[in-house]
Design a protein around this ligand. Structure first.
Ligand code: FAD
Length: 407
């Protein structure tokens, strides 16, 4: 029976750890923060799991949040401009957004109850060799922090060297959910996007407003304004920007009830989309495999990073169960099996944040506003990113997709 060491208890480490425990594989997760710290602290993100990830949660026995109560069912689109467009696309099966400060601690509990070992200790890159002596392979899933530097950046898959969006995400009271309950994807051309997400958090069912702001645009201010310095001014600024740039969300805001659920429920920052090498050979001949954000960081504009991390964890788990050893061949198999989806996620996301947006993307969005079946297919492809990339990888492919729907 192999023995697996995992660094990091985000979705990548925990989904892999839980998968391995289902197959009775001994596994230790090393995490720098205790469970109580995962549950407290600042809002880390505003993650939506698409149905394909929900299915993995069902298979892992961690589907603790009834999809009909906690899920959402469609995307509402708004595209601003001289002639604004409003349209909707439905999922075949719902997605779900949960506060990770609730989600991850519950998964650690599940992992420990099922015999997984959870050790609280920060791991440095130079500790990995020593730890690897206790395990057959080290899986590094410590997110996009310093440890990711262990794996060289792949310039061929990483077109940006700077953030393309300045992010500002908060959990808010006072935003009436859309009907049917869905995520609103609102585009203010030249200035950025707003993702309005129905999310379950400590204050119940609330709304995440994730402003994806183009550097230098009219919305960038949101990513730099200091909430704690003057909460009322921050709230006013958010309302003004929503009114001016994202009107279909603004019209569901009750200004009298509009406030952050807590000062710590706000995250501002930016990230550089990066794809890194899949694995490395340690000096003692063992291997370290990158899974999750350590391997691929994507902008959250289409909500795919955690879905990608979960998928990658699942593929890694399956390969561990079936393979004969933990050598370079093993790492190459994991890399090849996940590449199609993980790279499609990264390529599709990078296209969505390209400035100015490519003409074939605009053409697709315009066509979707006139064709519900087309928009439903686009929406459902949030669970199948490789199919989305089949449509968007080139202007010719988009044209063929439009022709298919016209026919
Ligand atoms: C604003 C925002 C919105 C997002 N929305 C979505 C969305 O809608 N859908 C989606 O799929 N994705 C979304 N994402 C992306 C998603 O949050 C990440 O892709 C995902 O959480 C990465 O998971 P991970 O397990 O790889 O890493 P992490 O979640 O970063 O977990 C890493 C763990 O490792 C620990 N750790 C770090 N360093 C060490 C160390 N040296 N030693 C030991 N432990 C260590 C950390 O404490 C942490 O517990 C969003 C991200 C942001 C910022």
């Amino acid at each position: 029976m192999p023995n697996i060491g995992i660094v990091g208890s985000g979705i990548a480490g925990l989904h892999l750890g839980l998968f391995l425990r289902q197959h009775d594989v001994p596994v230790t997760i090393y995490n720098d923060r205790a469970v109580e710290e995962l549950a407290s602290g600042r809002l880390p993100n505003s993650v939506a799991h698409h149905h394909i990830t929900v299915q993995r949660e069902q298979a892992l026995g961690i589907d603790h949040w009834d999809i009909n109560e906690y899920g959402y069912f469609c995307h509402h689109h708004y595209i601003g401009g001289p002639e604004s467009l409003v349209f909707q696309g439905d999922f075949a099966a719902p997605s779900r957004a949960l506060d990770y400060r609730i989600y991850l601690p519950r998964l650690v509990e599940d992992f420990q109850e099922r015999g997984g070992e959870f050790q609280v200790r920060p791991v440095r890159a130079e500790d990995v060799v020593t730890l690897s002596e206790r395990h057959d392979i080290m899986v590094i899933s410590s997110g996009r922090g310093a440890m990711s530097g262990m794996f060289p950046r792949r310039a061929d898959k990483s077109p940006y060297t700077a953030p393309q969006r300045k992010l500002c995400v908060g959990l808010w009271h006072g935003v009436r959910h859309s009907e049917p309950r869905g995520v609103t994807m609102s585009i203010s051309p030249g200035h950025g996007e707003l993702l309005e997400i129905p999310i379950y958090s400590f204050e119940g069912h609330v709304t995440a407003l994730l402003f994806e702001n183009v550097p230098g645009g009219e919305l960038e201010e949101l990513a730099n304004a200091d909430h704690d310095d003057d909460p009322a001014a921050f709230q006013k600024l958010t309302l003004e920007k929503a009114k001016q740039h994202h009107p279909t969300t603004f019209e569901r805001i009750d200004p009298a009830a509009f406030r952050l659920t807590s000062p710590r429920d706000l995250l501002q920052g930016a990230l550089v989309p990066t794809v890194r090498e899949d694995y490395l050979r340690l000096p003692n001949g063992k291997y370290a495999l990158a899974v999750g954000d350590v391997h691929t960081v994507v902008d959250p504009i289409i909500g795919q990073g955690a879905n990608s991390a979960s998928y990658s964890a699942w593929v890694t788990g399956e390969t561990i169960i079936e393979d004969l050893g933990f050598d370079e061949r093993f790492c190459q198999k994991v890399a090849a099996r996940r590449a199609e989806r993980v790279h499609a996620i990264s390529d599709w996301t990078n296209l969505m944040i390209q400035g100015p947006p490519p003409a074939h993307l605009l053409e697709l969005l315009g066509a979707m506003s006139q064709n519900r079946a087309m928009c439903d297919e686009f929406t459902n492809n949030f669970s199948y990113p490789e199919r989305q990339w089949d449509i968007l990888a080139s202007p010719e492919r988009t044209k063929a997709f439009l022709a298919k729907h016209a026919g």
